[in-house]
Design a protein around this ligand. Structure first.
Ligand code: C2E
Ligand code: CA
Ligand code: CA
Length: 717
């Protein structure tokens, strides 16, 4: 640009300037494709824009080659096709970005865009009518077609810019101002050229304007391809009415001009249409705003406000209806592990699947982060429960979001009207209690029962039941094997507690551990667990099975006397300390600080190994771990599940494994669910592997049968 400015002052040679333009464009092409390599979720728009820049640069190279020795080409060439395609591809890339975000709220933007287009077309037509008329009157030649195509595409670009400026909250990536300025310059020079192609010289200021547009696209592409976490949503922050107002003023200007001097009829007609179109949205906008206030931005479903206004009107005495409350399991893992864009994508797709599962007369609302409410009017109990079951099954199918496969599940609570609540509030409460049950039982969906009454009572009752359970030892341990990759032999097991509830059946830790923790029952529960685990170790040893058993320990159990107590429990059974490994979550370690670290040192001094559970979900750095008394890291499953789809996830796991090894730590991969992940981890020298792919947690009695099956499968027997 600087050089081209020098050209204009006659300091620099036009040929040198042309070469500089070509070099700049070459650099822009490289920048684009480097960015495209890591584009991930935004691959489509980045590839489109990168192709646009590449085509333009190629077009320029061809043009310069064809025009060697001349100051400009007079006939149309392939270069023109490349230039035209540049605009088409840039428009498509912007279209993809915009479409990704607009979803169902397309209308306001389309209307503003229309107003912007008409106004721009009206203004441009004042200038371009002579050349457009000349081009369209003569015989249709490549030159005349091109002379018409350029301004038409420019109008399309201006329309898009108008639409984008008009739409509040549209995220064009972190470098949107550069893009808009670049495209505006590009278009301005295009129009200048269309007005008088004769003044164009290769290497003149025109090329500077066009090149700056191309460079702006490349810089923008590089911005949107950056990892998502590094940029925040950029809100254009332009008042909502800016585009219609600017357009209206422009149209009025054209009409004023036409009243003073002869102006092309086309310009006047377009200006009139602009005013008309700007007026329609004004009245339409009001209705739209009402709709938008009831709409959830992300999913396009109705929002909490709409639920609260609509459902009370739809509860008809004498008619049965149902309210379903749905919450995604482990949504936080998706958001934290894969980024907010994937999280958002997941919510959107969940919304779509929900829509497929219900009738169009039913009302689906997103009422919180990952919480949805569904109102089913006029349904029987069976139909409501069947819908809930269908929904929870539909959400278990994996989602593909931006090339990443995401597996999730949901818990659906069902409350019936009028049985479980006479109005919305009480229905929501009942559905919430039922949802809590569904989550606790891992059952997917659950119908509210009248005798539940409310949360507090359930909690109170459960705490009482837990006390009895601890006294009566109603717990059973399941054991999940860990394997050294490459060998069929079991290396170790992790013990996972289950509550054999007298009336509710086998309950998973998700439904009672939190409560035990809150009720201060965790130390007693851990004692019971530790006893059972060590008894099992004795049994296995008597069968010749010398497995190390990992035991999960929560923060509240790491009290000063724990090392001593555990040593005692081991010695009464004549067990060596190597028989257990204590798993402590990373989060606990980070929160508890020096006191916990002291206890861990003491445990280790007594020969008991320490493992950091759910590693990677907290914020500890590996450097920090170096100074802690730790033997093993268990890499959280949120790192493992994306490995099959995302090369970067595999690279991340590879570097964590290497770093752990360099610190002398053993590394266990958790949640390995398929052969691909297993093979990849084996290749990356992961020390131990655990997950459903090898085995779910199973009762102790089933372990030897499992081991026998593995040996047979490995051809060892
Ligand atoms: P955790 O320590 O991270 O245990 C792993 C959990 O992931 C287990 O769930 C296990 O069944 C599940 N899992 C294992 N492999 C896979 C897989 O390939 N895919 C998937 N999707 N899941 C897999 P579970 O048994 O429901 O335990 C949940 C959590 O409860 C445990 O997470 C642990 O934090 C806690 N917990 C379990 N038993 C005990 C215990 O005895 N004491 C304490 N304090 N906490 C426990
Ligand atoms: Ca664990
Ligand atoms: Ca874990």
């Amino acid at each position: 640009m600087f050089c081209l400015a020098l050209v204009s002052q006659g300091v620099l040679d036009l040929q040198v300037a042309t070469v500089l333009c070509l070099i700049t464009e070459g650099a822009a092409v490289v920048l684009c494709w480097v960015a495209a390599r890591d584009a991930g979720f935004r691959r489509l728009e980045v590839t489109l824009a990168a192709s646009a820049v590449t085509l333009y640069a190629t077009g320029d190279a061809i043009y310069s080659y064809l025009a060697v020795g001349e100051s400009a080409l007079v006939t149309a060439s392939v270069a023109d096709a490349a230039y035209l395609l540049f605009s088409v591809l840039v428009i498509s890339a912007l279209g993809v970005v915009v479409h990704r975000q607009l979803r169902r709220c397309l209308w306001p933007v389309l209307l503003d865009s229309l107003v912007g287009t008409l106004a721009a077309a009206s203004v441009i037509s004042i200038f371009l009518t002579p050349s457009l008329t000349a081009a369209s009157l003569g015989p249709i030649t490549p030159e005349s077609a091109i002379a018409i195509a350029y301004p038409l595409l420019d109008i399309a670009v201006i329309a898009l810019i108008a639409g984008i400026l008009a739409s509040q909250g549209l995220d064009l990536g972190p470098r949107w101002p550069i893009l808009l300025v670049g495209l505006a310059l590009f278009t301005a020079f295009d129009i200048g050229y269309a007005l008088d192609p004769g003044t164009y010289l290769m290497g003149s200021l025109y090329d500077a304007g066009w090149t700056s547009g191309v460079v702006a696209v490349a810089v923008w592409v590089d911005g949107i391809a950056q990892p998502l976490s590094t940029h925040h949503r950029s809100n254009a922050g332009i008042p909502a009415l800016a585009a219609p107002i600017v357009s209206t003023v422009a149209a009025l200007g054209v009409l004023l001009l036409a009243s003073q001097t002869p102006a092309p009829v086309l310009a006047v007609v377009l200006a009139g249409l602009t005013l008309a179109a700007a007026a329609i949205p004004m009245s339409f906008r009001h209705r739209l705003q009402r709709t938008l206030a009831r709409t959830d931005d992300l999913t396009g479903l109705t929002n909490r406000r709409a639920l609260y206004t609509d459902v009370p009107n739809r509860l008809q005495p004498g008619q049965h209806s149902a309210l379903l409350l749905l919450d995604l399991d482990r949504f936080k893992d998706v958001n934290d592990g894969l980024g907010h864009d994937v999280g958002d994508g997941l919510l959107l797709r969940v919304g779509e699947r929900l829509t497929e599962q219900v009738r169009s007369s039913d009302l689906i609302s997103r009422i919180g982060g990952d919480e949805f409410a569904i109102f089913l009017a006029d349904v029987s109990e069976e139909a409501a429960v069947e819908t809930a079951a269908r929904i929870s099954m539909a959400l278990e199918e994996p989602f593909t979001i931006g090339g990443v496969i995401v597996q999730t599940s949901a818990s659906v609570g069902v409350a019936l009207y009028p049985e479980h609540g006479p109005e919305l509030e009480s229905l929501l409460r009942s559905a919430d209690v039922a949802m809590y049950r569904a989550k606790a039982d891992h059952s997917g969906h659950h119908l509210y029962q009248l005798d539940y009454n409310d949360h507090r009572e359930i909690r109170f009752r459960t705490v009482q039941e837990l006390r009895t359970a601890i006294a009566e030892r109603q717990f059973v341990m399941h054991y999940q094997p860990k394997i050294c990759p490459g060998g069929p032999e079991i290396a170790d097991v992790e013990s996972l507690v289950r509550w054999n509830h007298p009336t509710r059946g086998l309950l998973y830790p998700g439904s009672f551990l939190q409560l035990a923790e809150e009720a201060g029952l965790m130390p007693q529960l851990t004692d019971v667990i530790m006893d059972q685990v060590l008894d099992q170790a004795v049994r296995w040893r008597s069968e010749g099975l010398e497995l190390a058993i990992a035991v999960n320990v929560s923060a509240s159990c790491l009290r000063q006397d724990v090392p001593h107590r555990i040593t005692q429990m081991l010695s009464v059974r004549n067990l060596p300390p190597s028989v257990i490994v204590l798993e402590i979550t990373e989060e606990v370690l980070m929160q508890e600080g020096p006191r916990t670290v002291g206890v861990l040192r003491e445990l280790r001094a007594r020969g008991i190994e320490i493992s950091i559970d759910d590693f990677g979900t907290g914020y500890s750095s590996l450097a920090y771990l170096r100074d802690l008394p730790v033997d093993e890291l268990k890499l959280d499953r949120s790192f493992i599940s994306p490995m099959n789809e995302d090369r970067r996830a595999t690279n991340l796991v590879a570097s964590i494994i290497d770093l752990a090894h360099s610190l002398g730590l053993r590394i266990v991969a958790e949640g390995v669910e398929n052969e691909e992940a297993y093979t990849a981890l084996a290749r990356l020298n992961c020390d131990l592997i655990q997950g459903y792919y090898l085995s779910k947690p199973i009762p102790a009695g089933e372990l030897s049968a499992w081991m026998a099956r593995r040996r047979v499968a490995a051809g060892l027997v």
